[in-house]
Design a protein around this ligand. Structure first.
Ligand SMILES: Cc1cc2nc3c(=O)[nH]c(=O)nc-3n(C[C@H](O)[C@H](O)[C@H](O)COP(=O)(O)O)c2cc1C
Length: 168
């Protein structure tokens, strides 16, 4: 039994919104059927072996479509892809209708216009409250847009999209 008062979920969300993140779309295509969802909780885990992680909500309808593939791709969205972020954060029936992509080596979609991609095999899935912590072992990766301003990332801070500004 914790001696501390329960945390108000609204306070938790509000404080967490002050921590800026990049924006990714995590994709997979079990049996050739592409699925994807917007994920901000992406993080680097280990260099040797190369591992990355993300948190997928248990209420997501897309994660159960991606998971059976046993592999997934993390697409880093560019500054001009806020619409794509909103699209993949929706519960649209076929999120890939009209979306340009190519298949990576695991078969997971690499989205046109993404700044970079990281293709993974699922290493393990850890149960954590109302989310799954998904750890992926990196099998292929690349920067797809590093041509100056075109390679700028999409950021998310206080529930608003933004872009990166270097200090000098
Ligand atoms: C900027 C942004 C970041 C998000 N980050 C996450 C995240 O880290 N984990 C998660 O489960 N959902 C996250 N979401 C919400 C999911 O994208 C959304 O709930 C989900 O894709 C709904 O569609 P689904 O039912 O098809 O899964 C984020 C949404 C946005 C707009």
């Amino acid at each position: 039994m914790s001696p501390y008062e329960p945390i108000n979920p609204l306070d938790f969300r509000n404080v967490m919104s002050h921590f800026p993140t990049g924006v990714t779309v995590v994709t997979g295509a079990p049996e050739g059927r592409p699925a994807g969802m917007t994920i901000g909780s992406f993080f680097s885990v280990s260099l040797d072996p190369p591992l990355v992680g993300l948190c997928a909500g248990k209420g997501s309808t897309s994660w159960p479509l991606i998971e059976p593939a046993g592999c997934f791709t993390v697409n880093f969205l560019g500054a001009d892809q806020a619409n794509l972020s909103d699209h993949f954060a929706s519960s649209a029936a076929d999120k890939f209708d009209g979306i340009g992509y190519r298949a990576g080596i695991t078969g997971s979609p690499i989205l046109d216009g993404a700044v970079a991609h990281i293709d993974c095999e699922t290493d393990r899935i850890v149960d954590a409250g109302d989310h799954h912590i998904v750890i992926g072992r990196v099998v292929e990766l690349g920067v797809d847009r590093d041509d100056g301003a075109d390679g700028e990332p999409l950021l998310f801070f206080r529930r608003t999209y933004g872009t990166f500004a270097a200090r000098s």
